[in-house]
Ligand binder design. Structure first.
Ligand code: AN7
Length: 344
């Protein structure tokens, strides 16, 4: 049967109210890509769950189909979110699909161009906040408490319901849960969702490695970070809304939450791209954590089956690549110049 989106496929596992009216862009069903070369280097059986191949280019679409389907079914006219960018683009797209008004609050100057462009293209009202993501989130929480505007950040429980489906897909694909699941952690909605999904699906449990950027690592430091800073702007978050649940997932799974430097993140981004999978910086954090932990032999991932979740597409943040690269050399439109240039 043709694919009709993840709510349709996994309905029996999702706790959504009866009034839910499905709004879908056929999100989910993303590939689990084997990474044999990288896996050999790291000594494990490695897969990438490439969530950048969702309709708006990130995993947020899984939660957003659920949150917007619920909101529209209950008669909401407007949705709002705070976002480091991907949630904004996703909320805007699903709101557009549902015929709702969407308002997105982003931290001023800190959103990658592909995400901002998406939010605008899908017709959101985009507002820059002179502050951090955390400041923007406080504002949307307050306004949704005082007005009928629907909150579609991952505080919304239906976001978690939708995002559980990636764990289901991984189990369906592999036949059981992997030994390790490595993923970036920002506001901690996704790690919460995966852990809930694996527990519910009863096909085994992975150990969970949650990875934060060193400049935005409240869960590693054990306290909020007032001024988070990282090249991985998607996870530039200092007060994760579901921080407790992230720690619970790491603890219950006998996993851990670690921090990696911006250099390690960018290096992991290159490693993935040079095996054909280009992801945005935050999305490479899972691999960066795996590399860092494998290097010191602490992770016991040797010989194990490991899934690295790559949450967003590289095209979300093209400037991170182009700004660190001198423009390609120009030559005359001339055969000899070309032959000389490439040493042919
Ligand atoms: C590519 O869009 O918070 O730990 O506002 O865009 O569930 O927050 C994005 C987060 C990882 C972290 N990878 O997920 C937002 C936002 C990418 C992301 C995360 C985000 P959570």
């Amino acid at each position: 049967m043709t694919y009709q989106g993840l709510i349709h496929r996994y309905k029996q596992y999702l706790d959504l109210p009866d009034h839910t009216r499905i709004i879908s862009l056929l999100e989910g069903d993303t590939p689990l890509i084997p990474m044999p070369r990288l896996g050999r280097e790291l000594g494990c059986e490695l897969f990438v769950k490439f969530e950048g191949l969702n309709p708006t280019g990130s995993f947020k679409d899984r939660g957003m189909t659920a949150a917007v389907s619920e909101a529209v079914g209950r008669g909401a006219g407007t949705v709002i979110c705070a976002s480091t960018g991907n949630t904004a683009a996703s909320a805007a797209a699903y709101a557009a699909r549902a015929g709702l008004r969407s308002i997105v609050l982003i931290p001023e100057g800190k959103v990658a161009v592909g995400k901002l462009a998406g939010a605008i293209a899908y017709g959101a009202e985009v507002i820059q906040i002179q502050g951090s993501f955390d400041d923007a989130l406080s504002l949307v929480v307050e306004i949704t408490q005082k007005t009928p505007i629907a909150l579609v950040n991952s505080i919304n429980p239906y976001r978690i319901e939708g995002q559980k489906t990636s764990a289901f897909e991984i189990c369906d694909e592999l036949g059981s849960a992997p030994d390790w699941l490595c993923l970036p952690v920002g506001n901690a909605g996704n790690i919460t969702s995966y852990w809930a999904g694996f527990k519910q699906y009863q096909k085994g449990l992975p150990r969970v490695l949650g990875v934060q950027a060193a400049g935005a690592a409240p869960l590693v430091l054990g306290r909020p970070v007032e001024k988070p800073e990282t090249v991985a702007t998607a996870i530039r978050i200092g007060k994760p809304a579901r921080g407790e649940q992230a720690l619970e997932a790491a603890g219950q799974s006998n996993g851990k939450i670690v921090a990696v430097s911006d250099e390690e993140i960018l290096s992991a981004q290159r490693m993935l791209a040079l095996e054909g999978v280009w992801v945005e910086p935050a999305s490479a954090a899972g691999l960066a954590g795996l590399v860092a932990e494998s290097g010191v032999g602490k992770l016991e991932a040797k010989g194990k089956r490991v899934v690295v979740v790559c949450t967003g597409h590289g095209m979300k943040d093209p400037s991170i690549i182009t700004e660190s690269f001198a423009s390609p050399k120009a030559i005359p439109a001339d055969y000899r110049a070309l032959a000389e240039m490439i040493g042919a």
